[in-house]
Design a protein around this ligand. Structure first.
Ligand SMILES: [Fe+2]
Ligand SMILES: [Fe+2]
Length: 330
């Protein structure tokens, strides 16, 4: 009898200490599995090879049917509900000004790469009116309403988006660097969204997980297309150059300036928007692991993208001289 009591007590003690270690192991294991599943060279290559097809016949990727009415807070695992809600609000406000993002990108691209300009920002009539949506906008504009629906399911309340003030198009005299800098920022934001939604997806089950998976697939698709296009358009860009861009974009400060794009400024703003200070240490560490591991997988893939392969897919990129000539013309 005494032995049974001691054994039962030991079992109780171990089940009390096991869950957090077990959950931690489970989360990292699932993060790794999900990243290995979606960020594979084969999958990313397919997404990039889809770009010229989408230039000719743009078609939004259909989502699988999901009953959003079934979403509830019991489907969140390992993140406090308040933190999850704060992340949701931050994501809604960041996704909301999608029209502004697409039109800014269109303006940067139009003089140089009209096909990608149309892919992101659609068609504009002579009077400046938008007459056809770009595919990027069509796919991205599904995100805010669905995140708002998730918010309502989890809280029983409606949320009114408070859209983030997007940065305006700034005509650069040096359009080569202007376009590079803007494109770099776009890839970085799609990468950030991929990391966040994948990390959230792994912390959820049921319909909540299913809808986050659709968001992740959309963001991976856009990130891959923009990244591949960027490497093709700027063949001399390498990780050293990217590091230089980050340092230049910091301009010695970490604060957010709506007039000037700065990667560190955006990161700093995002930590506020996503309420980073309220996250547990386990959440912060597993999120940093997610970002690092996705970056590592992407890097591996980009090493395979030779100029010859990219040119077979997208043609010859514009040479730097073409940009320089337009610079001298002004
Ligand atoms: Fe999005
Ligand atoms: Fe996105």
């Amino acid at each position: 009898m005494k032995l049974l009591i001691i054994t039962t007590m030991n079992t109780l003690k171990s089940t009390r200490t096991l869950p957090s270690a077990f959950n931690n192991y489970r989360i990292y294991h699932q993060l790794k599995c999900s990243i290995n599943q979606y960020i594979t060279p084969e999958y990313l290559t397919k997404r990039l090879e889809d770009l010229p097809i989408q230039f000719k016949t743009p078609k939004p990727r259909p989502w699988k049917p999901i009953n959003l009415e079934n979403i509830n807070s019991r489907q969140i695992l390992g993140i406090d509900l308040e933190v999850f809600i704060a992340i949701l609000i931050g994501s809604i406000n960041t996704e909301a000004p999608i029209r502004h993002y697409t039109q800014t990108s269109r303006q940067y691209l139009e003089p140089w790469y009209p096909q990608l300009a149309k892919f992101v920002g659609g068609k504009i009539a002579k009077n400046g009116q938008l007459i056809e949506l770009g595919l990027w906008e069509k796919e991205e504009q599904r995100h805010t309403p669905v995140l708002m629906k998730v918010y309502t399911q989890l809280t029983g309340e409606k949320v009114k988006p408070n859209p983030h003030k997007a940065r305006h198009y700034q005509p650069f005299l040096d359009s080569y660097h202007g376009l590079y800098h803007h494109g770099f920022h776009r890839v970085a934001t799609e990468y950030g969204a991929t990391c966040l939604y994948l990390w959230l997806m792994v912390h959820t089950t049921g319909e909540l997980r299913a809808i986050l998976e659709e968001l992740v697939i959309d963001e991976i698709n856009h990130m891959t297309k923009f990244l591949g296009f960027g490497i093709w358009a700027f063949p001399e860009s390498n990780f050293l150059k990217i590091g230089e861009t980050i340092l230049k974009s910091m301009k010695g400060k970490l604060s957010y300036d709506p007039q000037q794009s700065s990667l560190m400024g955006t990161l700093n703003r995002m930590t506020e928007v996503l309420s980073w200070s309220t996250w547990s240490w386990q959440n912060r560490l597993s999120f940093m692991f997610t970002c690092t591991y996705i970056f590592y997988r992407l890097w591996g893939w980009t090493n395979q993208l030779t100029p010859a392969y990219l040119e077979s897919l997208l043609g010859k990129p514009l040479s730097k001289d073409v940009f320089n000539e337009s610079y001298l013309d002004k």
